[in-house]
Ligand binder design. Structure first.
Ligand code: NAD
Length: 473
């Protein structure tokens, strides 16, 4: 048998990454552990805790053979050679750096636990996204407790995107491994490289120093989000001038130096990573005495807030400056298609904005439960102190104005307007004539993802608003 792997954190990253390692490396035993019993129970059941295309098949093929899910965290960590740490690293909501800095309490407690329970040498792998220099802090925690045990820290950030996680893990653009430039550090890098070498071509496994690997993850997310904010900023100018953002994106993306990906204008980006990682980058820049650089990246988040706010304003202003008492269908609540994840989804801000204007919302998402939607909407969101950020409404009022329904037809029945917030494929295939017939007139559609055929909808009779496109082309 090969090395024994244990991953702390059975979430959107820990679960799929370890399932793929187990699939590709039948000689390696992989344990995924978590303090959350419901999560582990779900991983061991037919209803996995996360929805990700292709994940079910892989988990079912490996579970019980060389892939195991357990809450027996300490014992399994103690027995392993390589410990991945894939716990959550959300934004701090109070204290020093609140609203920007990463909250590393989960990481710190995992590191302290590793130090306490270990009785043999270990490679500890940062899988979570962490601020640059975190490995230094982790090393301190581990070495101060080490009882003669050798710990090597590696940074191996994860670049998967939810919705395409299995493809991304099967054929990664690159695997990045950062380690100390000492003999021990390089030996650890080689050991982790050997795991990935089971299926990733050697030229796609990059090795760097620890800080480059840590920073590359934050940089990659900042660049991706920056492209979205750039095209979204252009979409506002398109609307003001009669240019069409899809045509502009196509023309811009044809430049081989720029490329066509990640240039879709939308209601804004969401997800648990982009905003959190950029804010963290901003904080790190500020802590390193680089306020100009911090301000540069801050704009990416501010444009995103502006875009969500702009969308809400457009909905309200188009519908004769009020949505009070009007039914509005919200199609899609997940932050993107092919996931049930709603963390930082733009749907939350859009719904809050419409609810503040007293709209009655009928929400439908194929993968998000009613409980989840209501929980998200009743949570008091942290005030990021952004000029365009929308404030949540009172939870009780909010729940009286929200219905979560079972399909798009039910959501749109009797509605004055429809907002498409998630680009689920099924929304492209709906019978829009039927939807139009069931709606109040004039019937509005606000396509927050530019996935619908605006001219077809106009022929039916809808008033259509797409992001960054002329209102009446
Ligand atoms: P998640 O919240 O889905 O999962 C984290 C899990 O860690 C939770 O189940 C939690 O119970 C568990 N946990 C926390 N502390 C623990 C402890 N001390 N012991 C055992 N378990 C513990 O988070 P996620 O989306 O999987 O993200 C994990 C990390 O990966 C974050 O740093 C994130 O930024 C990064 N990341 C996420 C994505 C993504 O698309 N979600 C992509 C790349 C990187």
């Amino acid at each position: 048998m090969g090395v024994k792997i244990c991953c702390i954190g059975a979430g959107y990253v820990g679960g799929p990454t370890m399932a793929v390692i187990a699939l590709k490396c039948p000689d390696i035993i992989v344990h995924v552990v978590d303090i959350s019993k419901p999560r582990i129970d779900a991983w061991n059941s037919d209803e996995l805790p996360i929805y990700e295309p292709g994940l079910d098949e892989v988990v079912k093929a490996c579970r019980g053979k060389n892939l195991f899910f357990s809450t027996d965290v300490e014992r399994l960590v103690a027995e392993s050679d390589i410990v991945f740490v894939s716990v959550n690293t959300p934004t701090k909501t109070s204290g020093l750096g609140a609203g920007k800095a990463a909250d590393l309490t989960y990481w710190e407690s995992a590191a302290r636990m590793i130090a306490d329970v270990s009785t043999s040498d270990k490679i500890v792998v940062e899988k979570s996204t962490v601020p640059v220099k975190t490995a230094e802090a982790i090393e301190k925690i581990l070495t101060h407790n080490k009882k003669g045990i050798n710990f090597e820290i590696l940074s191996n950030p994860e670049f998967l995107a939810e919705g395409t996680a299995m493809e991304d893990l099967n054929q990664p653009d690159r695997v990045l491994i950062g380690g100390r430039e000492t003999p021990g550090g390089q030996k650890a890098v080689a050991a982790l490289k050997a795991v990935y070498a089971h299926w990733v071509p050697e030229e796609n496994i990059l090795t760097t120093n620890l800080w480059s690997a840590e920073l590359s993850k934050l940089a990659a997310n900042a660049f991706l989000a920056q492209r979205i904010s750039s095209i979204n900023a252009m979409s506002a100018l398109c609307e003001a001038t009669g240019a069409d953002v899809s045509e502009v994106a196509y023309a811009v993306g044809k430049d081989s130096r720029i490329g066509p990906k990640f240039l879709n204008a939308s209601v804004g980006f969401g997800g648990s990573c982009f905003q959190k990682d950029i804010l963290n980058l901003v904080y790190i820049c500020e802590c390193n005495g680089l306020p100009e650089v911090a301000n540069y990246w801050k704009q990416v988040v501010q444009i995103n807030d502006y875009q969500k706010d702009r969308f809400v304003r457009r909905v309200v202003s188009s519908m004769f400056n009020t949505v009070s008492g009007k039914k509005v269908a919200v199609l899609g609540f997940a932050f993107k298609k092919d996931t049930g994840d709603t963390r930082e989804t733009p749907a939350i801000d859009v719904c809050h904005g419409l609810l503040q204007d007293k709209a009655l919302l009928n929400i439908y998402d194929p993968q998000v439960t009613e409980d989840q939607i209501k929980r998200d909407l009743s949570l008091n969101k942290f005030d990021w102190d952004h000029p365009h950020h929308l404030q949540p409404t009172n939870p009780t009022t909010l729940l009286n104005q929200v219905s979560v329904v079972k399909d798009a037809y039910e959501a749109t029945k009797g509605a004055h307007g429809v907002c498409v917030i998630t680009e689920w494929d099924e929304f492209k295939k709906l019978d829009y004539q039927k939807i139009y017939d069931g709606m109040q007139k004039p019937a509005f559609i606000f396509d927050g993802r530019n996935v619908l055929n605006g001219s077809e909808l106009r022929k039916i009779g809808f008033i259509v608003y797409s992001i960054g496109k002329p209102l009446d082309p």
